[in-house]
Design a protein around this ligand. Structure first.
Ligand SMILES: [Fe+2]
Length: 187
C-alpha cells in the first residue's frame, strides 16, 4: 500500500516506511556511520507523521469516535514519549551503547503506537466517518507533511536558511516540528 489514498492508507504507508527504517538501521553493523543518517531520516519521518496526526487525525477522532478523547489523549502521550527519545538520540553516535538502546526503546514504543492505531483507532475511524471524509482527511495529512523534508541533507535547499533548519543533529526534533507547525516563527 503506497501513499495517496485516504487518511488510513496514507498513515499506514508512513508506518511501513518507519518499519523499514528501523529494519535498515538494525541490518547495519553497530558502529556504521550510515546508521546516524538513517536515524536522522527516522526522526524527520516520525516528527512529520506525529504533527500530521496531531493536526488532522486526533481532532477528528475526538469529534466522531466514541471514547475518542481518551484514545487521542493516549496517542498524544505516546508521541511525547517518542519525541523525548528522539531528542536523546540526537546526541548519540552509532557505536555508543546508548544509540542501540534508544533505537530498541523507540522501536518498541513506535510498534505499540502503530498497533494501537492499526488495530483499534483506524477501524473505529472507518466506522465513524464517511468514505469522502476519510479521503479529504488523507489530503489534509499529505499537505501537512509536505512542509517538512524527508531527508536531512536535501541536495538543493530552496533558500539559504533551509541549510540551517535542515542541519541534522542536536535540536532537529524541535526544528522539524517548528517548520511544520509554524511555532516560533515570530521569534
Ligand atoms: Fe501513526
Amino acid at each position: 500500500m503506497g501513499h495517496g489514498g485516504n487518511v488510513i492508507q496514507e498513515l499506514t504507508a508512513d508506518h511501513r516506511e518507519v518499519d523499514e527504517l528501523f529494519a535498515q538501521i538494525e541490518a547495519l553493523p553497530e558502529a556504521d556511520p550510515r546508521r546516524r543518517e538513517l536515524a536522522d531520516r527516522l526522526t524527520m519521518e516520525l516528527v512529520r507523521h506525529s504533527v500530521a496526526e496531531e493536526e488532522h487525525l486526533y481532532p477528528t477522532v475526538r469529534r466522531y469516535v466514541d471514547g475518542g478523547d481518551d484514545l487521542a489523549d493516549k496517542e498524544l502521550a505516546d508521541h511525547a514519549e517518542v519525541e523525548q527519545m528522539l531528542k536523546e538520540l540526537e546526541g548519540c553516535e552509532p557505536g555508543d551503547g546508548r544509540f542501540d538502546s534508544l533505537i530498541l526503546r523507540l522501536k518498541s514504543s513506535v510498534t505499540a503506537h502503530v498497533g494501537d492505531e492499526e488495530n483499534q483507532l483506524f477501524p473505529m475511524l472507518a466506522d465513524s466517518c464517511s468514505a469522502d471524509a476519510l479521503d479529504k482527511l488523507g489530503e489534509k495529512v499529505r499537505s501537512a507533511k509536505r512542509h517538512a523534508p524527508t531527508r536531512p541533507h536535501p541536495s538543493a535547499p530552496d533558500t539559504p536558511p533551509a541549510n540551517k533548519l535542515l542541519a541534522p543533529g542536536t535540536g532537529m526534533v524541535d526544528r522539524v516540528r517548528d517548520m511544520l507547525t509554524g511555532r516560533g516563527k515570530q521569534g
